[in-house]
Design a protein around this ligand. Structure first.
Ligand code: FES
Ligand SMILES: [Fe+2]
Length: 340
């Protein structure tokens, strides 16, 4: 397999896991999610031990799952407690259980063995905090997750792929700075633009009329969590000497990049903002235009995956300065994959 194992991945939004059975293949592993009567999210291998029928095609009996083929019945801890036409339950009748943690409104699942340490889950506190409003969605991608990582690490594509939404000429023209924290396993890419055009996405949501200072500070924590700290302010409005930046507008753009199979991906996208909190029109506008932007990427990446499928073994890409962050991310992902 090509995925880093022994890692936490975003499996779902909290509200997606409930009474219904939710089937999601993550890193090639079919998993069924649901919520117990006590409110805990559960993740079991989505394959009955008897004849492999997907448990997500069965039904619930209280907190138990009943296989839809011959009725094997499982507890949330994976133990089988009933089989048809006999009272003796085979000792090995048990489906694997995946550790699950809900944090920052996301359901995280541990893919791997060993120590599933919840403290290792990266944070995105704005998704679930006072003073922020969040819009979000999830688009399934017919492309490998590495293509989404590349896409998000290189925002110069905004000018071309997302012109009229978030892209302006200055994004592609401004050089980036890149750094890698090897110890923490974080890649940072920044682009600071001074006195530039305000793209419609921010002009319409913040109400700023003139030119802006625009900061894009990316923080990618491989494999699963991508943060883009976006600062928009009228041109010349600097943070105060004590660091107070409350006069600027902030958007925290968060992606959960979750591999499903080798060539498909769950693209969880979220935008949290600290302005126009009580304005439902801004919320609707941001939800719709961000989904449009995400879909522009989805169409492009699906196309790229098709191209990759037809190309000869060993095809060499050409990389330039704007790819520094993406290349660093690939290197960290490769190391994580090799180690797992
Ligand atoms: S396949 Fe599940 S009970 Fe037979
Ligand atoms: Fe994009």
């Amino acid at each position: 397999m090509v995925f880093p194992r022994n890692q936490w991945y975003v499996a779902a939004y909290g509200e997606e896991v409930g009474e219904e059975l939710l089937a999601r293949t993550i890193c090639g592993e079919p998993i069924v999610f649901y919520r117990t009567g006590a409110g805990d999210a559960v993740a079991l291998a989505d394959r009955c031990v008897h004849r492999r029928f997907p448990l997500s095609e069965g039904h619930r009996d209280g907190d138990r799952l009943v296989c839809g083929y011959h009725g094997f019945t499982y507890e949330p801890d994976g133990r089988c407690v009933a089989v048809p036409a006999q009272t003796r339950i085979p000792r090995t009748a048990r489906v694997p259980v995946y550790p699950v943690v809900e944090q920052d409104s996301l359901v995280w699942v541990w893919i791997g063995d060993g120590d599933a340490d919840p403290a290792a889950i990266p944070r995105a506190p704005w998704l679930d905090a006072e003073g922020w409003v969040v819009v979000r969605g999830m688009e399934p991608l017919e492309a490998r997750y590495e293509l989404l990582v590349d896409n998000l690490m290189d925002l110069s594509h905004e000018t071309y792929l997302h012109g009229g939404y978030i892209g302006t000429p200055e994004v592609a023209e401004t050089p980036i700075t890149t750094s890698v924290d090897e110890e923490a396993g974080v890649v940072r890419v920044s682009r600071r633009m001074k006195d530039v055009e305000c793209p419609p996405f921010y002009a319409n949501s913040t109400g700023i009329k003139g030119r802006i200072d625009r900061w894009q500070d990316i923080e990618y924590q491989p494999p699963c969590l991508y943060l883009l700290h976006s600062r928009i302010a009228p041109a010349g409005l600097e943070p105060a000497p004590d660091g107070d930046d409350s006069a600027a507008f902030h958007a925290e753009i968060v992606y959960g990049i979750t591999p499903s199979t080798e060539t498909t991906t769950f693209d969880f996208w979220m935008v949290a903002r600290d302005f126009a909190l009580d304005d439902p029109e801004v919320t609707t506008y941001l939800a719709e235009s961000n989904r449009t932007v995400v879909m522009q990427d989805v169409v492009a990446l699906n196309l790229l995956e098709k191209v990759i499928a037809t190309e000869p073994e060993g095809y060499q890409e050409l990389s330039i300065n704007i790819d520094t962050g993406g290349l660093a991310a690939r290197r960290l992902l490769q190391r994580m994959t090799d180690e797992s």
